[in-house]
Design a protein around this ligand. Structure first.
Ligand code: SF4
Length: 488
């Protein structure tokens, strides 16, 4: 009889985040890799909790039974839910394995809640994990490390397995990993290493050709790379997509310096690109310095208008991502940042509340300053999702932060703003397909934004933010509730 493996992507029930953007709902690629990498005869099932829940409403039991192995992958905000699922699986006698970013950076904690933890990347180590399990010799910890990306040539993720169950529109695809920068809020250098690892272009093109997925998201944080050689590699990749007539709808993350490369932008447009996600983070160079966001400082905030214009001229859209609540942000930052988005014709604005992810320099700093008030770990990890406030601000009060976020909502998302921005995009890039894509992302993010405003109101009402704070600090806080009512 075949052994049975359940693959789970946990998700806190009711949360809306970037995973709720319907036009690019994508599969948990790591689980598709595990299915392909598993040697021998196994039967698989999958639960993506972004789509259906793995537990009953009381969170006391999982809705499945009889699996030999239950494999979970989790980012930090998913980890508390993963532990709950693991506890319920153990009660039913099922063995649990956890991997992914959170288990890789907070390994000892994860080891308390599951039978086995796999850190780093699974490509090289997974067959050993399975062999040990089958021989009754599963260890508590396996370190996958950071294997060479040429290994990905040997095994493609089993996208069809996941698509059979859920109708995912998009799949991600790995083309590079790692980052040599050290932005203080970012887990990528810790999780994927400080070396920019590049997959051979022909391997990526072969995988793109092998999948009939039309919608692809390049999985890395900067597909254009960090220097002339990697920029040329990106150019070859998109040229290859055109030459092979792959006909994909795709997007990815990069930095604004790509705007200076008209040839690459041209291949991107011809190969089916919608546009690019760019971490703008802040319009204030002092804040960027505190974040250590060197790549943005190098370009200079003043150059953004021209850069966005060049991307528009190629027919593409700019999806800007910002951070609100960074040290150095004051009550006046919000209007400035919203005006920046509008004045620079940034087609999509999404954002994260500054979040001290575990083991990042930001976490170490604000923790040492006694500013983190969400510390009931592991349950409080659910707040580490960039949609909640986890630590106290230094340059504004919570009330000022909430009012500022309401103002951004009003200026960029409220009323007719999305339609106005859609018309503006089309005027500038003359590309209805890409402008419509931006508009749809904006409509979905509007819902995400409204949930963030609800979270902020709940935080204000709960009093959690100022708990213990008065005892140890002389901060004067405006306790007047007036003006904090929701505006939408
Ligand atoms: S935010 Fe981007 S550039 Fe900065 S460390 Fe993370 S991946 Fe690298």
């Amino acid at each position: 009889m075949k052994k049975k493996m359940m693959l789970i992507s946990p998700h806190p029930p009711g949360r809306h985040g970037e995973e709720s953007i319907t036009v690019i709902v994508q599969m948990p690629l790591g689980l598709a890799y595990l299915a392909s990498l598993t040697p021998g005869e196994w039967e698989f099932d999958i639960i993506d909790e972004n789509i259906e829940l793995a537990m009953n409403e009381e969170e006391t039991d999982v809705i499945f039974d009889g699996f030999d192995l239950v494999c979970l992958t989790a980012l930090t905000f998913q980890s508390a839910r993963a532990y709950k699922i693991a506890a319920a699986c153990k009660k039913k006698g099922m063995t649990t394995i956890m991997g992914g970013l959170h288990a890789s950076v907070v390994t000892e904690e994860a080891m308390e809640y599951v039978d086995c933890v796999v850190t780093g990347e699974a490509e090289a180590i997974w067959p050993t994990v399975i062999k040990d399990f089958e021989e009754g010799n599963l260890k508590k910890l396996y370190e996958g490390g950071l294997p060479d990306l040429s290994l990905l040539k040997n095994v493609y993720p089993d996208r069809d397995l996941l698509r059979k169950k859920y109708d995912y529109k998009f799949s991600s695809i790995i083309t590079t990993k790692g980052c040599p920068n050290k932005c203080d809020f970012c887990s990528v250098p810790t999780f994927q290493g400080g070396k920019f690892r590049e997959r051979p272009v022909e391997d990526v093109l072969d995988e793109m050709e092998a999948t009939d997925y039309k919608g692809l998201m390049l999985a890395e944080d900067n597909f254009y790379g960090h220097g002339k050689r990697s920029n040329e590699r990106a150019n070859r990749l998109f040229k290859g997509m055109v030459e092979r007539k792959l006909n994909k709808d795709w997007l990815g993350f990069t930095a604004l310096n790509i705007s200076q490369d008209a040839d690459t932008l041209d291949y991107m447009a011809k190969s089916g690109n919608f546009g690019m996600l760019i971490g703008i983070e802040s319009t204030n160079e002092d804040v960027l310095k505190k974040m250590n966001k060197r790549v943005n400082l190098k370009m200079g905030v003043d150059s953004y208008y021209e850069s966005v214009d060049k991307i528009h001229q190629a027919g593409l859209v700019v999806w800007g991502s910002m951070v609100f609540g960074a040290d150095g942000d004051t009550k006046d930052s919000f209007e400035r940042m919203a005006n920046f988005v509008l004045d620079n014709n940034i087609d999509i604005l999404t954002y994260g509340i500054n979040t001290p992810f575990p083991t990042t320099p930001l976490f170490k700093r604000v923790d040492s300053e006694g500013r983190i008030f969400r510390k009931n770990f592991p349950m409080d990890w659910k707040y580490y999702d960039t949609a909640n406030v986890c630590h106290r601000f230094v340059d504004m009060t919570l009330e000022e932060f909430i009012e500022g976020m309401q103002l951004v909502y009003k200026m960029v998302y409220d009323g007719d703003m999305l339609r106005t921005r859609f018309r503006n995009t089309i005027k500038r890039n003359h590309n209805p397909r890409n402008a419509m894509f931006a508009y749809k992302v904006g409509c979905d993010w509007k819902q995400v934004f409204e949930q963030v405003l609800d979270h902020l109101k709940e935080l204000y009402d709960s009093g959690d933010y100022y708990q213990d704070w008065y005892k140890s600090n002389s901060v004067t806080v405006n306790k007047d509730l007036a003006g904090v009512a929701t505006v939408y």
